[in-house]
Design a protein. Sequence first.
Length: 85
Amino acid sequence: MQHAPYLKATLEKEPKFELVEVFKTVNFPMAIYSTKHKAIADVPAGAIIGIPNDPSNGARALLMLADKGFIELKDKNASTPVWPL
């Protein structure tokens, strides 16, 4: 089970896959987790933050980090951020 953006990204990379969406699911929220910091305000500038390595979840993570002020995106209206930020 994957969400539609992940399927789309996969099919763009591997067009030989003959996958289709069978039914829709909910889109689960993302969160930032830390064993060092108790609040988002405690995360120092320049901190290293890991994000998912697949295109759709990576894009969601970048949008969330921009929303929280950790990074700045060149195109603030982009639905899918691209490098360079």
